[in-house]
Design a protein around this ligand. Structure first.
Ligand SMILES: Cc1cc2nc3c(=O)[nH]c(=O)nc-3n(C[C@H](O)[C@H](O)[C@H](O)COP(=O)(O)O)c2cc1C
Length: 250
């Protein structure tokens, strides 16, 4: 399928080539290690200067399906410790559910106004069965006998078992924040707005979305869509410490 862009992304990234995707958005015609034309450092920085944690979304503007599919696939491709993916991404588009979630988010209207809402959820009791599922998947996708991965499995099980249940849950929650960062960055590159949020009540989210029954808990959420023209914050200068305060080069 041909990858198309919304107006924003096209305007922002004039030298983005048409990219052919195969099936579920697998890039087949571009090798970034041998070809540096996909995105220049200047264009990348322009997108990251442009991006903002949008507070007011345009409730009439939806993300087109090709763009959204790419963002979902980017989430699926997010890295995680050991590749263990101790998460689920709940994409909430049902307006009635989103209305309930506003109340559980201290009235933050981004939750209902943005085109899409992603709730990042961590597995609460990540254990050996989850490691085994990952090891079996690795064997199948890399076409190797599962027994050849015994050492890998032992290392992963050892790491997981070295943590008590609270540490395991905290570890799983940290992994979901990696996926959040990936989503925010990918959205910025495509000229799509993302509003990450911790200002919500996880317990209420878990109830509303039925996450408890699935052994999951909401960790962080992200509204994704397009900023409203009168969003005050999106145009405000970025507030960041100087590089000298943030980096140590040794
Ligand atoms: C994990 C996380 C949680 C956040 N929670 C909220 C939130 O609940 N409500 C909100 O308006 N902004 C929230 N923000 C947005 C931050 O305030 C914002 O990213 C920060 O001030 C920097 O501004 P910028 O992202 O627009 O550059 C959150 C950001 C992150 C990364």
């Amino acid at each position: 399928m041909q990858f198309t862009h919304n107006g924003n992304a096209e305007a922002a990234l004039p030298f983005w080539p048409a990219t052919t995707y195969d099936g579920r958005m697998t890039i087949t015609d571009h090798n970034p290690t041998s070809d540096n034309t996909l995105l220049t450092p200047e264009a990348l920085l322009r997108q990251f200067q442009w991006r903002a944690a949008v507070k007011k979304f345009d409730q009439h503007r939806q993300i087109d399906s090709a763009t959204w599919s790419a963002l979902e696939e980017v989430l699926r491709l997010s890295p995680s410790s050991g590749g263990l993916q101790p998460w689920k991404f709940i994409v909430v588009t049902d307006p009635a559910i989103r209305e309930k979630l506003v109340t559980a988010s201290f009235g933050q209207t981004q939750v209902k106004d943005a085109s899409h809402l992603v709730v990042f959820a961590a597995k609460k009791k990540f254990g050996t069965a989850d490691v085994d599922a990952h090891v079996r998947n690795t064997a199948a996708l890399r076409n190797v006998p599962v027994e050849t991965l015994d050492g890998f499995r032992g290392m992963l099980v050892g790491t997981i078992q070295s943590k008590d249940s609270a540490a395991r849950e905290a570890w799983a929650a940290r992994q979901t924040y990696i996926a959040l960062g990936v989503l925010i960055s990918a959205a910025a590159v495509l000229g799509v707005d993302a509003g990450p949020m911790e200002g919500f009540l996880p317990d209420q989210y878990d109830d509303i979305l039925g996450l408890k029954e699935q052994g999951l808990t909401a960790t962080v959420i992200c509204a994704v869509g397009y900023r409203s023209e009168d969003d005050q914050y999106a145009r405000a200068p970025k507030v960041r410490f100087d590089a000298s305060k943030v980096f140590l080069h040794v």
